[in-house]
Write a protein that binds this ligand. Structure first.
Ligand code: 3PG
Length: 213
């Protein structure tokens, strides 16, 4: 899939909901109820970070659930792309963008939300055809004011800012012209996951899904 097609697909995914929960899941047994809790709360797009040993099993389980769109996050090398596809991921998310990752996604037809933090990184990706990017780590690199400023000279790049987003600042991001959605882990606090408190997670998802979009 060429970068233009990938970005088109990624934009469709980013427009499904205002927030993409960023998930760190250690136990594959809870993949199904966790995904169901989020989807029923109005957040169908899920990013499972490849930061736990079980992440690929978690993606496999979540990919079977109707109504969900499951991404593999924390893609840092070409092998992750292959693993994500084999697990059933619908898209990839990377904190930054290397040639190896971009080429692997292109060759293996996996849409990617590639990470960028500076104007040069954003311009390089845009030059390659990636018009939808992850702005990461959003709060640490200037947050809303940086993203707004970037939209001046680079109005044709759209973003999913991630990193430090919370219920308190998400709305401000979503009101920016160049923000399609935001990513964040605040919807799935580890305490609630450990307690299998699916009701509270659905409640957090519901609130997030209703932020202006
Ligand atoms: C990540 O990859 O960890 C995301 O950027 C999530 O960041 P957050 O925990 O600050 O929401």
């Amino acid at each position: 899939m060429d970068p233009y097609q990938a970005s088109k697909k990624t934009e469709e995914i980013c427009r499904l909901a205002p927030v993409i929960p960023v998930l760190v899941v250690h136990n594959p047994d809870i993949a199904k109820p966790l995904a169901e809790a989020l989807i029923s709360g109005g957040l169908p797009v899920l990013e499972v970070t490849l930061r736990t040993e079980s992440a690929l099993d978690v993606i496999s389980e979540m990919a079977k659930i109707p109504g969900g769109v499951v991404g593999a996050g924390t893609i840092t090398k070409a092998k992750d792309v292959k693993d994500a596809i084999n697990a059933g991921a619908n898209f990839a998310v990377s904190p930054g963008s290397t040639d190896n990752i971009l080429e692997a996604c292109e060759q293996q037809n996996l849409p990617i939300l590639p990470g960028a933090a500076t104007s040069s990184e954003i311009m390089r990706l845009f030059d390659l055809g990636y018009s939808v990017q992850k702005f990461f780590p959003a709060e640490a690199i200037g947050g809303q004011s940086a993203l707004k400023a970037i939209g001046g000279p680079l109005p044709n790049v759209k973003f999913c800012p991630t990193g430090g987003i919370t219920i308190d600042n998400a709305k401000g991001y979503l009101e920016l012209k160049n923000t399609l959605c935001v990513g964040g882990s605040w919807i799935t606090p580890q305490r609630l996951i450990e307690n299998k408190d699916w009701k509270s997670i659905t409640a957090l998802a519901k609130t997030a899904s209703k932020i202006v979009f």
